[in-house]
Design a protein around this ligand. Structure first.
Ligand code: SF4
Length: 372
């Protein structure tokens, strides 16, 4: 049994494997914390509309809690809670307890279902008003909402359910305190949604194994509910090195790359939070440190001035026994940059060079042995 919803339609373009697993109810291996504030804000609005007590969520951090309070206040100042709650029908999959108790499920065909969970809707004068609260940072790029899957399908489902003539669907963005709205005859929503539902039925006819084999790793893996299961499987396969299909190999490389950047993000976050530097066996140091830097000063940009300066450095270096070819070209030291070149100079020549350099420092999280 396949259960589509607006998010699984989106995921079908991002990564068909993830969408398939979501539709068929596979147990998620990960829960992305980025949705935490949004879930709690939805729960608070639902509770307020139902005239139930609202409790401050204990799972949020201080900063998240501040955002949560602000977003709920915004909902109030936007007048979203002034609706006559008696006329508001909530068919929400309750964020309070996660129970899927009031899903409105359409069956475009046997085996294919489409679930909608409008945050609220009410009917007045043969018009259905469908409202959805949004807590994300961005607005829909297509302000007309003409092709917005959620707006179209929710509008159509509510129109079919209530038999109204018109539907007004609104995304209320609680961060920006604006609404994006589409107001059309019910038939318009139904005609648009039927095309989408027909496409979902067709999609469900594709053999499961074929869709499962179509995975598209990318930055969205970080939000994917199956990332641990999926990426570890891909890594195992990649390490086994038995893949002969070039397309598969290419995808596995992308999965590994994504895994590497996730690991890098984790390391960076962990190292940044360290209160002491950790030194590894090879001399690498993990932890926030400031490293001194040198750069040629602007006043030495003039070719003639620079020429005199090089001559002075080289002359002094030669008197100190340096190899001319090693020291004369400061712009192209053999390796390691300006600091390495500086360190390779004899003491007197280094003093001359150092006096003519700008001194600064930069922050580093990972200091490699060669940088010491
Ligand atoms: S982890 Fe990435 S590649 Fe795997 S299913 Fe999720 S989105 Fe697709």
């Amino acid at each position: 049994m396949s259960y589509w919803r607006s998010t699984t339609v989106k995921w079908d373009s991002l990564c068909p494997r993830s969408s398939l697993w979501q539709r068929f109810g596979r147990e998620p291996s990960d829960d992305w914390a980025g949705y935490g504030v949004g879930r709690q804000v939805h729960a608070a609005i639902e509770a307020k509309l139902r005239c139930l007590p609202v409790e401050a969520p204990s799972s949020l951090t201080v900063v998240e809690l501040r955002d949560y309070v602000e977003l709920v206040e915004n909902a109030e100042t936007m007048g979203l809670l002034d609706l006559d709650h008696q006329s508001v029908e909530l068919t929400l999959r309750s964020p309070l307890d996660g129970e899927e108790r009031h899903w409105l499920t359409l069956k475009p065909s046997e085996g294919t279902h489409y679930s909608i969970t409008p945050d609220a809707f009410r009917v007045e004068d043969n018009v259905a008003y469908v409202d959805d609260w949004k807590t994300q940072q961005g607005l829909n790029a297509d302000a007309s909402l003409d092709d917005n899957v959620q707006a179209v399908t929710y509008g159509a489902a509510v129109a079919e359910l209530t038999g109204v003539e018109r539907v007004v669907f609104t995304f209320w963005n609680l961060r920006f305190k604006v609404g994006q709205q589409i107001d059309k005859p019910a038939g318009w929503f139904i005609a648009k949604a039927e095309k989408l539902w027909a496409a979902m039925v067709e999609r469900d006819k594709v053999p499961v194994a074929d869709i499962e084999a179509d995975f598209r790793p990318g930055e969205h893996c970080g939000r994917c509910p199956f990332r641990t299961d999926c990426l570890s499987e891909l890594v195992d396969d990649a390490l086994a090195g038995t893949e002969t299909d070039d397309r598969e190999l290419y995808r596995r490389w992308h999965a590994l790359r994504e895994l590497a950047s996730m690991a890098k993000r984790d390391v960076t976050a962990r190292v940044r939070a360290r209160t002491s530097v950790l030194e590894l066996e090879d001399g690498t140091q993990l932890g926030t440190q400031r490293i001194p830097t040198r750069a040629w000063s602007r006043k030495n940009a003039d070719v003639a001035v620079r020429g005199h300066l090089w001559q002075a450095i080289a002359a002094r270096a030669l008197t100190e026994g340096a190899d001319f070819s090693e020291v004369f070209e400061p712009k192209r030291p053999k390796s390691g940059g300006l600091m390495t070149w500086l360190a390779s100079l004899p003491e007197g020549a280094r003093d001359i060079a150092d006096k003519n350099l700008n001194h600064g420092d930069r922050q580093t999280l990972i200091k490699l042995p060669k940088e010491k």
